[in-house]
Design a protein around this ligand. Structure first.
Ligand code: HSE
Length: 412
């Protein structure tokens, strides 16, 4: 069975490498289908590459070749990836992808085209890189209502926060190391502002709720405002700060879906997920908690998930797999500001005694935090549960203190 790979960057070249090197191993797992990479689409030249005869710059070579049954899209971005994917699906070719931006924003349209033409559109590599997450979620856990997913779904931000926590580096210093190591892009916005994690939790939430969750509806905050003071205060209450992607089914059937830095107890299974690793804690009503952990990015780890999809397509050429979701239910995502939670708050104050009195009379019970080297004009504490609307109103009403930092307490 012939395969085409669109995009010969980190992931695409990994896919070609795995198919070439694991040839007989894969054959045993594909009902004796022989997988061969016939085309590699990329506008760049790769002189001296061992796959030299397979490169094309013309997408039509792939589209018009009926012997190509499976296409791996590893181009990234929405255009032209959407157009190429739609055309391949409509031509009766299965498409697999690692492209979280495309899947989260326009996956619904592509899934509909795939269904119409009885082919597969698979995207295991789009969330958690090499971690098997999508199939376990929708197939192995099919006997459960998924009550919540809490994940560390971005390796770059987890690397930066780990450096801040354990090496006392500032955000800027840790980001520079992440860039020097090739984890963070030159323009790190998609990672550090939580956009990449938002796309991933949107995909998982769409699968868990069986309704498309538009990433635009997911409240998203990044980690750029996290300081070493916050890290130290979190440590004082046996917690760490992580960028947590949360989806939780509320009692009224709607979903709380937020990406933001969060204060995570060291007792949480997510607290020990460090460096570039990813992890997801999925809670089902029958199975309880299940944790997935592994490499969320990287050439061969991500390509491993793409090749898994290719093998699945080869094994389900005639009977397509049911992976996907229904149309958007516009009322499904709850207003995050109306859902009760606990918060970490750091304030600058003029008169510590006066400020503490005002804070206690407004917030009721608080848990005061300490850190070495803090001036007495700084106050940090954890609140009890309030909706975010309530807590913001309380902060705005303070006359003796100015907000310096506000971080949600994780729900896991
Ligand atoms: N930039 C992403 C990360 C790569 O750091 O996790 C995988 O999506």
């Amino acid at each position: 069975m012939n395969v085409a790979v669109m995009g010969y960057g980190t992931v695409g070249s990994g896919v070609v490498e795995i198919i070439n090197t694991k040839h007989s191993y894969i054959k045993e797992r594909t009902s004796e289908e022989d997988l061969e990479v016939k085309y590699i689409l990329d506008l760049r030249d790769f002189p001296g590459d061992p796959n030299e005869g397979k490169f094309t710059k013309d997408f039509n070579d792939i589209l018009n070749d009926d012997s190509v049954k499976i296409v791996a899209e590893a181009m990234g971005g929405v255009n032209p990836a959407f157009d190429f994917t739609a055309k391949c699906l409509a031509a009766g070719k299965h498409v697999v992808t690692s492209n979280k931006e495309l899947v989260s924003t326009r996956g619904s349209e592509l899934l509909a085209i795939a269904k119409e033409h009885n082919v597969n559109y698979m995207f295991e590599a789009s969330v958690g890189g090499g971690i098997p997450l999508i199939r376990p979620l929708i197939f192995c856990l099919a006997g459960n209502e998924v009550q919540s997913i809490n994940g560390i779904l971005n390796g770059t931000t987890n690397f930066i926060l780990t450096k801040m926590i354990y090496e006392n580096l500032t955000f800027e210093e840790a980001l520079k190391i992440a860039q020097d190591n090739g984890y963070a892009e030159k323009d790190p916005t998609a990672d550090v502002e939580g956009i990449d994690a938002c796309r991933k939790i949107s995909i998982l939430s769409s699968l868990a709720s069986n309704s498309w969750i538009d990433p635009e509806k997911v409240h998203t905050e990044g980690i750029t405002h996290i300081t070493l003071e916050d890290v130290a205060y979190a440590g004082n209450c046996e917690c760490v700060i992580k960028l947590i992607s949360t989806m939780e089914k509320l009692d009224d059937g709607r979903y709380y879906i937020v990406v933001s830095p969060a204060i995570v107890s060291k007792e949480s299974q997510l607290a020990a997920i460090d460096g570039v690793f990813n992890g997801a804690l999925v809670s089902g009503d029958n199975v309880g908690d299940v944790v997935f952990y592994g490499q969320g990015a990287g050439k061969l780890a991500t390509a491993s998930a793409v090749v898994g999809d290719i093998v699945d397509c080869a094994n389900h050429d005639a009977n397509r797999r049911k992976i996907g979701w229904n149309e958007e239910n516009k009322d499904l995502v709850a207003d995050y500001r109306e859902v009760p939670n606990r918060y970490y708050i750091r304030l600058k104050v003029e008169d510590p005694d006066l400020a503490q009195n005002e804070i206690r009379s407004s917030f009721g019970d608080i848990y005061l935090l300490a850190r070495s080297g803090a001036f007495n004009t700084e106050l940090a504490f954890l609140t009890s549960e309030f909706t975010e609307n309530e807590v913001r109103e309380k902060i705005d009403g303070l006359t003796s203190a100015k907000l310096k930092s506000f971080i949600r307490v994780a729900r896991c």
